[in-house]
Design a protein around this ligand. Structure first.
Ligand code: ATP
Ligand code: MG
Length: 707
C-alpha cells in the first residue's frame, strides 16, 4: 500500500471519501444499490490499516461467507500483505471465534437434517401434524424467537396454539441441552450471554478499535445487542445498508435497527451516498419505478452516472423450456451473465438446457437438487424398473407407492432367493410369491404388467402413465391429506418432471441426463459462462447481464410468503417487492424480465409487480382460480374523494386525482398514488392505488362497468 488516504480515495466521490476517512465515533452509511457501500467499507478497512490500526483490532462483518472471502482477498491484494489477524466473516463465524477465544467450549452443531428429525418427533409425540411445512414453520418461529432474544419462559401466551408452541420450543431447547449440542442460533445467543458476564465484558467491550458491518439492513436483534456490547456507545461502529434491500425478515432481521443504531450510538454521523455507479440509467429507472410502491421505506435519491444502455427487455416465452432456450442462445457472446429466480425449482429448466448443451455454469448445489427430490426419485425408480425389472432398490422404493400392502422386509429375502433360483424377473417372482392375499397378488400382477407397458413408451408418456395409470398422483394426494401437507406443494416436483420429460425422447435419455446433472452440479467450473442463483443469494453482487426468470403471479409475491396473519400481509408484499428490486439492481447494463405463458403446463399470469413497472404484455393471459388472491380486481371500483363531501362517489369516467381516497369492494380503502396513461395492448388510463394490503394498479376503463 502506498501513500496516505488520498491514494485510497482518489477515485471516489466526496461523500464516499467522507465515509472512508470518517474519524472517531459511529457512522451509518445509508444508500441505495450500487452506490458504493461495500466499496467504501472495504476502502475504509484499508484506510484504517494505513492509519496504523492493527488488523486484529478490526472486525468486519459480511452477510455471507462468500462475501467475506472475496473481501479478504481484495484486502490482502490491495494491502500487499497477509492480513491474517483481521477479524472478518459472518456474525456466526466471528462469534464462534470469540467464544472459542474466551475459553468457551463450543459443542457440536446440530445439522439441519437432525433439527428437522427432532422437530418431527416432538410433534408426533404431541399428536400434532408433523408434515414438512409444520416442521419448517416451527423451526422458523423458534429461530425468530431466538433472533429476538426471546426465551421460551419469556413467552407470554394464552391461546392454546401458542401454549403448544411454547411447549415445543421448551422441549426442543432441553433436548438440545441434554444431548450437549447447539443449533446455529445458539452461537449468537451464547455470545450475547457470554458478554453479560462483567469479566468477559471487560475483555471484549472495546477490544476492537473498529467494527464495520456490511448489509446492516438484514441484522437481527441478538446480533444488534451483541454489537452494542462490543462497541461502546461512543465507539467506532461503521455500518452500511439499504432498507430497500432488506429481504430476510422471515429470519428475524429488522431494518428498523438501521434507525435505532443512531439512537444508541451518539454522536452518530449519517452519510448518504446518492450515485449509483453500477447500472445504466434505464436499469436504475426501472428499479425506482418498482420500489416507490413500497410504503414503509425511507425515501432516498439515487442518480445514475448517465451510463446509457439498452432498455430492459420483457420476455414472454411460451413455457419454461422456451425461456431456457432463449437465454441459452444469448450466452455465446461472453458477456458476464446471471440468471436469477425466486425459488430453486425454477432453475430446473435452465440447468437442463445448460447440461444438454455442455455449457459450464455455476449454481449452488441446493438450487440444483431438483432431481433429488423424493417424488422425482420415486418416478425415476419406476423408469429404472422399466429398464431393468430386476432392480431391487427401485422396487423397494416404489413397492407401496401407491399402496400394495407389502410391508416389512421378509418379502425381500424371499423374492431375492426365488429370483436367484428360478431366473424369472423380480417382478414376476414377486407376483407369484406364495402366501399372498388375493388382493395383494392382483396389485402385484398389475405392477408387473404396468412396468412392462412402460417399456414401450417414451419419457413423457411414461411419466404420464406412472402418474395417472399407476396411480402415483393419487398416492401423492392421499399422502398430502394424511400428513396435512399442502397438496400442490407435494405434487409440484412431478408437475415439473412432466415438463422436463417432454425434452427427451427415450426414457434412458432422461435417466442418463439425470445422472449427468447430478454430477455436473457438484463441481464448480473455473470459468462459468453463467451464474444461477436465487434472488436472495444475489444480494450484494453485480453482473453485466441479468435475466430474472419465472416472474409469475403466485411466485412473486410467493404464495407461501402471503400465508401470514392479515395484519402482516402488507409487510409481506413489501418484502417480496424488495426481493424483485434486489434482482433488478444486480444488472450493470442488460436486464431481461421473463414471464412465460405457462408454468408446469398450466397457463399463468404475470406477477402483479410487473404492471407496477409498466409491463403491458400478458393482457390476454387468464388467471386461474388459485390466483384469486393476487388477481387484479376486474369489477366494481367505487371512489370517494377526500376533497369532496360525498363519501362514496361512483367512479364512472370522472377524473380521479392523485391523493383521492377510494374504497374498493375487494381491497378496501386506499389512496390514489398515480394516474397514468398505459400503452401497449390495453390503451386507456391506469390508476395506481395503495391499499393496506399492497399497491394495486387498476384499469381505469373498468370503472365503466359500474354505471
Ligand atoms: P449493493 O447495495 O447492491 O450492495 P453497494 O452500494 O454495495 O451495492 P458496490 O458494490 O460497492 O455498491 O459498488 C457498485 C459498483 O460501483 C462497483 O462495481 C464499484 O466498483 C462501483 N463504484 C463504486 N464507487 C465508485 C466510484 N466512485 N466510481 C466508479 N465506480 C464506483
Ligand atoms: Mg454492497
Amino acid at each position: 500500500m502506498q501513500g496516505t488516504g488520498t491514494f485510497l480515495t482518489a477515485d471516489l466521490n466526496d461523500s464516499q471519501k467522507a465515509a472512508v476517512t470518517h474519524g472517531e465515533g459511529a457512522a451509518v452509511v445509508f444508500a441505495g444499490p450500487g452506490s458504493g457501500k461495500t466499496t467504501v467499507l472495504t476502502r475504509r478497512v484499508l484506510y484504517l490499516l494505513e492509519q496504523g490500526v492493527p488488523p486484529e483490532r478490526l472486525m468486519v462483518v459480511t452477510f455471507t461467507r462468500a462475501a467475506a472471502s472475496e473481501m479478504k482477498n481484495r484486502l490482502a491484494q490491495a494491502a500487499g500483505r497477509s492480513l491474517s489477524g483481521l477479524w472478518i466473516g459472518t456474525f456466526h463465524s466471528l462469534f464462534l471465534s470469540l467464544l472459542r477465544r474466551s475459553g468457551r467450549t463450543v459443542p457440536r452443531l446440530l445439522k439441519e437434517t437432525e433439527q428437522t428429525q427432532w422437530m418431527r418427533q416432538l410433534l408426533i409425540e404431541r399428536e400434532q401434524p408433523a408434515d414438512d411445512e409444520a416442521v419448517s414453520t416451527l423451526l422458523n418461529q423458534i429461530g425468530l424467537c431466538k433472533g429476538n432474544l426471546i426465551l421460551p419462559e419469556q413467552l407470554k401466551v394464552k391461546k392454546e396454539k401458542n401454549i403448544l408452541f411454547r411447549d415445543m420450543y421448551q422441549a426442543y431447547e432441553s433436548r438440545k441441552q441434554m444431548s450437549g449440542v447447539w443449533d446455529y442460533d445458539d452461537i449468537l445467543v451464547e455470545t450475547y450471554r457470554l458478554l453479560q458476564n462483567p469479566r468477559q465484558q471487560s475483555v471484549w467491550c472495546g477490544y476492537w478499535e473498529h467494527v464495520l458491518v456490511d448489509e446492516f439492513q438484514d441484522i437481527n436483534r441478538v446480533q444488534f445487542e451483541t454489537l452494542r456490547m462490543l462497541a461502546p456507545p461512543s465507539g467506532n461502529l461503521f455500518v452500511v445498508g439499504d432498507d430497500d434491500q432488506a429481504i430476510y425478515s422471515f429470519r428475524g432481521s429488522d431494518p428498523r435497527l438501521m434507525q435505532e443504531v443512531r439512537t444508541w450510538f451518539s454522536p452518530c454521523r449519517t452519510i448518504v451516498l446518492s450515485t449509483n455507479y453500477r447500472s445504466t440509467e434505464s436499469v436504475i429507472a426501472l428499479g425506482q419505478r418498482l420500489i416507490r410502491h413500497n410504503r414503509r421505506r425511507q425515501e432516498k435519491t439515487l442518480n445514475g452516472t448517465g451510463k446509457q444502455g439498452p432498455d430492459p427487455v420483457w420476455m414472454e416465452p411460451a413455457d419454461e423450456e422456451e425461456e431456457a432456450r432463449q437465454i441459452l442462445a444469448r450466452l455465446d457472446d461472453g458477456v458476464e451473465t446471471a440468471v436469477l429466480y425466486r425459488t430453486s425449482t425454477q432453475a430446473r429448466a435452465m440447468i437442463d438446457a445448460l447440461v444438454r448443451a455442455d455449457v459450464p455454469f455455476a449454481v449452488a448445489e441446493g438450487d440444483a437438487s431438483f432431481y433429488r427430490r423424493w417424488q422425482v426419485l420415486d418416478v425415476m425408480a419406476y423408469l429404472r424398473l422399466a429398464d431393468n425389472p430386476n432392480d431391487l432398490d427401485a422396487l423397494v422404493r416404489i413397492i407401496n407407492k401407491p399402496k400394495r400392502y407389502l410391508f416389512g422386509e421378509d418379502w425381500m429375502d424371499q423374492v431375492w432367493t426365488l429370483f436367484k433360483k428360478t431366473g424369472q424377473s423380480l417382478l414376476q417372482v414377486l407376483a407369484d410369491l406364495p402366501g399372498l392375499e388375493p388382493y395383494q397378488r392382483r396389485l402385484l400382477q398389475k405392477l408387473a404388467a404396468d412396468v412392462a407397458a412402460l417399456r414401450g413408451m417414451n419419457a413423457s408418456q411414461a411419466v404420464a402413465y406412472i402418474r395417472e395409470q399407476i396411480g402415483y398422483d393419487a398416492f401423492l394426494s392421499s399422502f398430502a391429506q394424511d400428513t396435512g401437507n399442502d397438496e400442490s406443494t407435494v405434487k409440484e416436483p412431478v408437475e415439473e418432471l412432466a415438463v422436463a420429460a417432454t425434452q427427451f425422447s427415450g426414457r434412458d435419455e432422461l435417466l442418463h441426463h439425470v445422472t449427468k446433472v447430478n454430477e455436473v452440479v457438484s463441481y464448480r467450473p473455473e470459468q462459468p459462462r453463467v451464474h444461477l442463483m436465487t434472488f436472495h443469494r444475489a444480494k450484494g453482487l453485480e453482473f453485466d447481464r441479468v435475466f430474472l426468470i419465472g416472474l409469475h403471479s403466485m411466485v412473486l409475491p410467493h404464495r407461501r410468503s402471503l400465508q401470514v396473519p392479515e395484519h402482516k400481509k402488507a409487510e409481506a408484499w413489501e418484502e417480496e417487492r424488495r426481493l424483485l428490486y434486489v434482482g433488478i439492481t444486480r444488472a450493470r447494463r442488460e436486464l431481461f424480465l421473463s414471464v412465460s405463458r405457462t408454468r408446469q403446463g398450466k397457463r399463468v399470469a404475470p406477477s402483479p409487480f410487473l404492471r407496477e413497472m409498466g409491463f403491458a404484455g400478458g393482457s390476454d393471459r387468464k388467471e386461474g382460480a388459485a390466483e384469486e388472491e393476487q388477481r387484479r380486481p376486474s369489477v366494481s371500483v367505487s371512489v370517494s374523494s377526500s376533497r369532496r363531501p360525498q363519501p362514496q362517489q361512483k367512479f364512472h369516467g370522472e377524473p380521479v386525482r392523485v391523493g383521492d381516497r377510494i374504497r374498493h369492494v375487494k381491497w378496501g380503502e386506499g389512496e390514489v398514488i398515480e394516474v397514468a396513461p398505459i400503452g401497449g395492448v390495453a390503451p386507456g388510463r391506469k390508476v395506481v392505488i395503495r391499499f393496506s394490503t399492497g399497491v394495486q394498479s387498476l384499469h381505469y376503463e373498468l370503472s365503466r362497468q359500474l354505471g
